[in-house]
Write a protein that binds this ligand. Sequence first.
Ligand SMILES: Cc1ncc(COP(=O)(O)O)c(C=O)c1O
Length: 368
Amino acid sequence: MIVLESGIGNYIYSNGKKYSYFAGNNYLGLASHPAVKEAAIQAVEKYGINFSASRHTTGTADIHLELEKSLALFKGNQDAVVFASGFQGNAILLDILKDRYSSVFCDRNAHASILAGIPDSVDSIVFYDHCDAMSLETLLKQSESNHPLVITDGVFALTGEIAPLDRIYPIVKRHNGLLVVDDAHATGILGKTGKGTTEHFGLPVDENVFQTETMSKALGGYGGFISGNTKLTGIIREKSAMYQASTALPPPIAAAGIASLGLIQGNPGLRLQALENAATVRDEIIRIGFRTAGGGTPIIPVIFDSSAKASGLSRFLEEQGIIAPFMNYPVKVEMHQIRITVSAIHTTGQIEFLLDMLHQWKKKYGND
Ligand SMILES: Cc1ncc(COP(=O)(O)O)c(C=O)c1O
């Protein structure tokens, strides 16, 4: 396991050695951005480390309100509510919506936080084939449920695939269902202004469509959020035990979120650069002859039939000074892969070196 001895940028230090870093989810390089760090430092100076109370009791501070206002503006929604993690977001949302659905239709490869968030009280959980709108439609038709809730990752964490919401949304609508999209990997990346997969597909504003989001990936900070109308955010604040009984986001984290939102909105070129760098890597990986999936996101899997090959490639890259991890992650997928993530801050030289090393490995060891 890589143990970090530095912050994460396009390089990291581990075990006393400098590595080119093609891992994690710091897609825009904001986790170590000077303005984000400075905002966090100023917040520690002003507020200390922790408000040490829940938002519902005495833990709400002016910077939480400012962060929520900034998120609402960014998302073009009336309001937003922040909480401890993106992982919690699915449980919070599925809990407060629970009177509005009786069965859940879930992508077969959904993230662990989605599966963990489905309440025990639902009548049934049905898994449709991965990214397969036809499979969803067939299962919805077969079901007796009048009140389905369909839930999927917007961008899949391991493979970078974008869920086909353009096909899923009309199906959910035809069945009078609710659609929940976990956009953890799409926020700040997809859509003309970085609002995520709903913007990417141009879905209309619809009160039956929800996104759960995180500040821990492209935003470079930490903490989950849900945005929407004030009715939705009001219910979360009034009814969600997970929101009410959990300590408020720490001051440096709230301040970092505000700063990174400013950077994302002021520099649309950042997300374009991340996507352009990713396209360069993906195109060449395909040209070299590796198997990959997805497209149009900064996550690039290199897929193998055997775990030995996948872990071997990751080890080879590490020996060349590149971190691109072999994935052992609690999401149900029947393949072995390394996961390359490309960010806006990778240099051309770094990308060329990565591709050169992939080329060398391929020549030496082949693909399967
Ligand atoms: C699809 C998806 N949802 C939710 C999460 C959890 O987000 P967070 O790390 O903010 O808890 C992750 C991240 O690991 C994720 O990949």
